[in-house]
Design a protein around this ligand. Structure first.
Ligand SMILES: O=C[C@H](O)[C@H](O)[C@H](O)COP(=O)(O)O
Length: 245
């Protein structure tokens, strides 16, 4: 699978999503994190009325994207009612429920998504599951935890039936675990393929574990998904989700 094809499909999805979902009346825009959202920021920066936008970041990387594309940076404390937010996903099921957090940005992403009227997902073809979460994304659901709780949470995840649960290591970038923009750790917990009607139930069990800050399950958030396909076409999916604002 060529990197060029993947990048092209990301850009196709992102540009279509921005072109079709930023309304004349929209001013406060949420900007997600990751490599697909790079193209969302690029497209926003090309719009003739970009000066009117106030863009709300979901990570330090997201802040950089906003500034690098000449967009005005805002913050979720001041702008807690966001007109539309765009973000990527690690996997998308047929209900448009998501796994996110592959880049450890899930907490601020969910804060922005929960503060947005519209939440639009953009992704390349590798992210669309034929049905269930956990089909292609085998690294487990990312869970942000308070650092001193990680031993307890790891044990609790196995009690909940996780096949594996690991503290995310920073690898060559840094000795020791990944530390999020919020000063927390990430645990990746694999529960295998998750039936469509079990995602919400599992998410509710995870979020109740002492030490868990937020999970990478985005349940009933995305109302639309734009997926760039290998053949250059775009799949646009939509579902109804509960109003958030
Ligand atoms: O933590 C990172 C975010 O959830 C990303 O939106 C997600 O990992 C998808 O990233 P990418 O667009 O690079 O595949």
């Amino acid at each position: 699978m060529s990197e060029e094809l993947i990048e092209k499909s990301k850009k196709l999805a992102a540009f279509a999503a921005v072109n079709e979902n930023v309304l004349k009346s929209d001013r406060i825009i949420g900007v997600g994190s990751g490599s697909t959202v790079v193209y969302v920021a690029e497209r926003l920066g090309q719009l003739e009325d970009k000066e009117k936008f106030i863009c709300i970041p979901t990570s330090f990387q997201s802040k950089q994207l906003i500034l690098d594309n000449g967009l005005r940076l805002g913050n979720v404390e001041e702008f807690d009612e966001i007109d539309v937010a765009f973000d990527g996903a690690d996997e998308i099921d047929t209900n448009l429920n998501l796994i996110k957090g592959g880049g450890a940005a899930l907490y601020q992403e969910k804060l922005v998504a929960s503060s947005s009227r519209k939440f639009i997902v953009v992704a390349d073809f590798r992210k669309q599951s034929p049905e269930k979460l956990g089909h292609f994304w085998r690294k487990g659901v990312p869970i942000e935890v308070v650092p001193n709780s990680y031993v307890k949470v790891l044990k609790d995840l196995f009690k909940l039936g996780a096949n594996s649960a690991t503290l995310r290591d920073a690898g060559k970038a840094k000795a020791g675990p990944v530390v999020t923009d919020n000063g927390n750790f990430i645990i990746d917990a694999d529960f295998g393929e998750i039936p469509l009607n079990k995602v919400k139930e599992l998410d509710e069990k995870l979020i109740r574990l002492v030490g868990v800050v937020e999970t990478g399950f985005f349940v009933d958030y995305a109302e639309k998904a734009y997926i760039g396909n290998e053949d250059g076409s775009i799949t646009s999916l939509s579902v109804s989700v509960p109003a958030r604002l």
